[in-house]
Design a protein around this ligand. Structure first.
Ligand SMILES: Nc1ncnc2c1ncn2[C@@H]1O[C@H](COP(=O)(O)OP(=O)(O)OP(=O)(O)O)[C@@H](O)[C@H]1O
Length: 657
């Protein structure tokens, strides 16, 4: 790391020391906050010199222009082009000032001299008006460009996030990158385009003034640069301090927002009150808010000191520029008329130079944040591309696969990201068309994981899943997922109308009223839906006007209806579909599942063994391994784990004598 001298050298390390202390304090209460990943770029941001920053500009500018160009070629050309033409108008106006003052101040003004300065004054008025008009035009073009860039950036973000494999969401690094991209990264990509237009505007103004000064008095050009440097340095330094601070606070903020969400949403409102968890949550929240406040104070103090120093040095530098001008005037090297024009040019030049330095800084700062978004895009795209069906596609044709006659799991193992043990270990299973396979086993034995592998949510770490002998992990899911329907263990309460909530099972297909009704009936949800005040159009979210909420079992019926609506006679995976159902609804659902026998394949997961006795095959899992396999009678006769579970459940359901 570069060594720094004086008070400034201590500013950033101090901020980081505070951050480390606070992280330790938070970690004591909330261990999951420990996270040093955010310092990855912060070191860079903290130590990059102005020149290194300037060296990165071409790359950042090129990237922003590419973004703008792909969003709208016309408005990009307009925003940049009009600014460049405005620069020509600036030079013209300044030279016109010079001409006019030379004519007017050559001797005491007379009417003749005023008239002689007329053309120059006319040019000045014309050029000034043109510059203003062009500036407005450029501003309009930029305003049109920004929403288009935002639109494109958002679209790409949500494409990536919905296409990324499910396993990405189990990875904390991915979650951090996602957060950084969402927090500010995406916005920074859009802002960067505006910053680059501002940079071009400022650069054009400075070049225009420099061109005018080259004609008026070239000696003033370097002095002009020197006078603007201290303010620019202070702006860059301030932004960098803020950047480092923000970076180090992302994890805490993520946790903070999570705790806030736990307190302010209706999903956790009940549990929070049952367990009187409010004070504890508030306490955690307060610890983090206090740390945020201290971090804000730290960064504000450091920024104020930096800005003050910049302003003092800038003041001295400006005094020197005017001093030199006065000296040249006194020495007779510059005539009064030229000095007057130079004062106007210096005024505009200083403003332009400061804007330029601030723009350089803003481009760099937003460039750092935009890099978060680009990094996220790259990680997401990499994960998407690494999926076996893209990285190592099976040599099969195009179009949807047929409904499979046989689905096989061959020596399938799976480990969740970041875990050091497998959730599923060397499982071999066969599901024939028209047959029902039941998965049973204790909590955490791997049943849902097998269901998720079968439905393509995850790819096996090793082993293969074959559909009629074809390894489906190497085939685009779009070609086979259409044959898989899932009634998930975790009931998702979609905040839509009842109809949409069921139709979501096949959202891209046109609504099929007959199938909707059939699915709802088979799931025991039809009477409930038809009994709603607005029937199928009933909104199921009390956070919106006219919305209502459902009981746990009613939500589960809706979830089953969604799965059944999706099902088209392929594989149906029902993971604990009756956990919240009453006896009548449960019996109806199991009848529905049994009715598939002979025609469609079913994988049923249930802890209620009464529900699985009819399955053709029952697979018993234990700590990820398949330990028993066979029909109910055989397993009971074998006297193993299944028989034990069956005996326990039969005993607890038996009526007292
Ligand atoms: N997203 C995940 N990330 C990491 N580990 C997970 C994840 N989901 C499940 N696990 C772990 O994988 C193992 C198997 O979980 P799984 O959900 O498949 O069990 P299960 O048999 O369906 O349990 P239950 O009967 O409770 O539904 C468990 O040890 C669980 O902690």
């Amino acid at each position: 790391m570069r060594s720094r001298a004086g008070w400034l050298a201590r500013l950033v390390p101090r901020q980081r020391r505070n951050g480390e202390r606070e992280a330790a304090a938070t970690a004591a209460a909330l261990p999951e906050l420990e996270d040093i990943a955010w310092y990855r770029h912060a070191e860079d941001a903290e130590t990059a010199s102005f020149w290194r920053m300037a060296r990165q500009l071409p790359g950042l500018v090129a990237r922003a222009l590419r973004t703008a160009w792909t969003a709208s070629r016309g408005w990009t050309v307009a925003a940049i082009g009009l600014n460049v033409i405005a620069g020509v108008a600036t030079t013209t106006a300044l030279l016109a000032v010079s001409d006019a003052t030379a004519t007017l101040f050559a001797a005491p003004p007379t009417w003749e001299r005023v008239l002689a300065a007329g053309p120059a004054l006319g040019l000045l008025v014309g050029a000034t008006a043109a510059r203003a008009g062009l500036g407005i035009g450029a501003g309009f073009a930029q305003s049109r460009l920004n929403p288009l860039v935002l639109n494109r950036t958002e679209r790409e973000f949500y494409r990536l996030i919905t296409e990324v494999p499910r396993s990405a969401f189990d990875d904390d690094t991915f979650a951090d990158r996602l957060k950084a991209a969402k927090d500010r990264g995406s916005r920074a990509v859009v802002d960067l385009v505006g910053d680059v237009v501002d940079l071009v505007t400022a650069a054009v103004t400075v070049t225009a003034v420099a061109a005018a000064l080259a004609v008026i008095e070239p000696v003033l050009i370097p002095l002009l640069f020197a006078a603007a440097l201290p303010t620019g340095w202070a702006a860059v330094r301030s932004a960098r301090l803020m950047y480092v601070s923000n970076r180090s606070r992302v994890s805490r903020r993520r946790r903070l927002w999570m705790v806030e969400w736990l307190m302010d949403n209706r999903w956790t409102a009940d549990d929070q009150r049952y367990h009187e968890a409010g004070p504890w949550l508030r306490g955690q929240h307060q610890v983090m808010v206090d740390q945020e406040t201290r971090a804000d104070f730290d960064v504000i103090r450091s920024q104020t000191l930096t800005r003050a120093l910049g302003q003092i040095v800038a003041g001295i530098a400006v005094a020197c520029v005017y001093g030199v001008l006065l000296w040249m005037l006194a020495a007779g090297t510059v005539p009064l008329a030229v000095a007057a024009a130079a004062v106007v040019a210096i005024g505009q030049g200083r403003a332009g130079m400061e804007s330029l330095l601030v723009a350089v800084n803003t481009v760099y700062e937003d460039g750092l944040y935009a890099a978060d978004r680009h990094e996220f895009d790259a990680i997401a795209a990499e994960r998407i591309a690494a999926q076996p069906h893209l990285a190592d596609p099976a040599p099969t044709g195009a179009g949807p696969l047929p409904v499979p006659e046989v689905i096989e799991l061959v020596d399938v193992s799976f480990r969740y990201p970041g875990k050091d043990t497998d959730a599923v270990i060397g499982v071999n299973l066969v599901i024939e068309r028209g047959r029902t396979l039941a998965l049973v086993g204790e909590n955490g034995s791997g049943k849902t994981t097998v269901a998720k592998l079968l439905s393509g949510l995850y790819t096996p770490t090793s082993g293969r899943i074959l559909w009629d002998g074809v390894d489906i992990t190497r085939i685009d899911p779009a070609r086979w997922r259409c044959h898989v329907a899932v009634i998930a263990q975790q009931v998702q309460r979609w905040p839509f109308t009842a109809e949409l909530s069921v139709r979501l099972g096949r959202s891209t297909a046109p609504a099929d009223r007959e199938r909707l009704v059939a699915a709802a009936r088979d799931a025991g949800a039809l009477d409930m839906i038809e009994g709603f005040e607005h029937g199928w159009n009933q909104l199921l979210d009390t956070e919106f006007r006219g919305g209502t909420d459902l009981s746990g079992g009613q939500w589960q019926r809706l979830s089953s209806a969604r799965g059944l609506y999706r099902d088209h006679g392929g594989l149906l995976v029902a993971d604990e579909p009756s956990a919240a159902l009453d006896a009548r609804a449960e019996a109806l659902l199991f009848d529905t599942l049994r009715a598939r026998a002979g025609a469609a394949s079913t994988v049923l997961i249930s802890h209620r063994l009464q529900g699985v006795v009819h399955a053709d095959t029952i697979a018993v899992l234990d700590e990820g391994k398949l330990i028993e396999l066979g029909p109910h009678r055989e397993l009971v006769a074998a006297g193993g784990v299944y028989a034990d579970l069956w005996r326990l459940q039969s005993r607890s359901y038996a009526a007292p004598e």
